[in-house]
Design a protein around this ligand. Structure first.
Ligand SMILES: [Zn+2]
Length: 131
């Protein structure tokens, strides 16, 4: 019998952000605004100590680990998303994942649908009023 509570406690914020970075930038940090690989680190987020901030050397715009991802501005903590990804990789159903994470099945369904499309927000799926 595997206990998912121990997985949860082992999943540190640092590990979560590391996971996100390796998912969206497997070959190094890329500017979400212009696609440049010329970026520099600009400190950490004030409230989330593991959330790295960057500045693009080409377009000068700033961004961080979550800019332009499905995790940004979502009401679920990053840890929940990462655990959801982990449980998806075990081929658990939405219902099982909802039970393990103590969340509503509809919330989990929305999350797994987003995660299957990829962690990067696609411009094409952006509502027109956001342009
Ligand atoms: Zn840029």
């Amino acid at each position: 019998m595997t206990s998912l509570i121990s997985i949860s406690s082992l999943t540190s914020d640092a590990a979560c952000f590391e996971q996100v970075r390796s998912l969206r930038w497997p070959n190094g940090v890329i500017c979400p605004h212009c696609g440049s690989q010329e970026t520099i680190r600009r400190g950490k987020n004030d409230t989330q100590q593991e959330r790295q901030r960057y500045q693009c050397k080409d377009c000068q715009k700033r961004f961080d680990d979550l800019t332009g991802t499905v995790f940004e501005g979502h009401h679920q903590p990053l840890k929940v998303w990462v655990l959801c990804l982990y449980l998806m990789s075990l081929n658990l159903s939405n219902q099982q994942i909802a039970r393990e994470l103590g969340l509503n099945k509809d919330d989990i369904q929305a999350m797994t649908e987003q995660l299957r499309r990829g962690v990067e927000k696609k411009n094409a799926s952006k509502p027109v009023w956001e342009c």
